[in-house]
Design a protein around this ligand. Structure first.
Ligand SMILES: Cc1cc2nc3c(=O)[nH]c(=O)nc-3n(C[C@H](O)[C@H](O)[C@H](O)COP(=O)(O)O)c2cc1C
Length: 143
């Protein structure tokens, strides 16, 4: 069974592209050791990240990420367990935000992240929307 988690966060310090790529590279190296996959994207001072993997590893990584003082979580969602990974080949892929906008990523931001708190959708509907978006990203962003 694959556990997965998606969140948006706001940085507590300014990140240069270089620093971002260092963060991504370190994350990818650690994720490879822990059998974790996913992607990370960044726009202005906001991170969006999706992680998936075995229960123990994902629970630990969520704790690490939530305690990381370089950012503060704004919205997060634990997805229902799944049979297979969505991003099997990506230890932690950095995706340029513009390429996500091209495939309609703003739809995820607007309809999902901004509506989790006020409960416009049930958790099941939110999970469905997020999963639809993840599959779109997996299908449209080339390796
Ligand atoms: C936006 C963001 C994304 C991160 N993504 C990952 C990740 O995918 N994998 C990971 O191991 N650490 C990631 N980190 C770092 C963790 O918060 C934490 O520093 C790290 O897991 C600690 O690992 P260590 O205990 O082995 O030093 C991320 C940090 C930030 C700010």
């Amino acid at each position: 069974m694959i556990y997965s988690y998606i969140y948006s966060s706001k940085t507590n310090k300014a990140f240069t592209l270089e620093e971002l790529l260092v963060l991504q590279k370190e994350a990818a190296t650690k994720n490879k050791e822990h059998d974790v996959t996913g992607y990370l994207t960044f726009k202005n001072d906001i991170f969006f990240q999706y992680i998936e993997g075995p229960e123990k590893e994902i629970k630990q990584l969520i704790k690490n990420i939530e305690n990381d003082h370089r950012h503060g979580i704004s919205n997060s969602f634990i997805l229902p367990v799944r049979e297979e990974r969505v991003f099997g080949g990506w230890s932690m892929r950095y995706i340029d935000f513009n390429s996500l906008v091209e495939i309609g990523f703003h739809e995820l931001l607007e309809t999902v992240f901004f509506t989790i708190d006020n409960q416009l959708f049930s958790n099941q509907e939110v999970a469905k929307k997020i999963n639809r978006m993840l599959l779109k990203i997996a299908d449209n962003i080339n390796d």
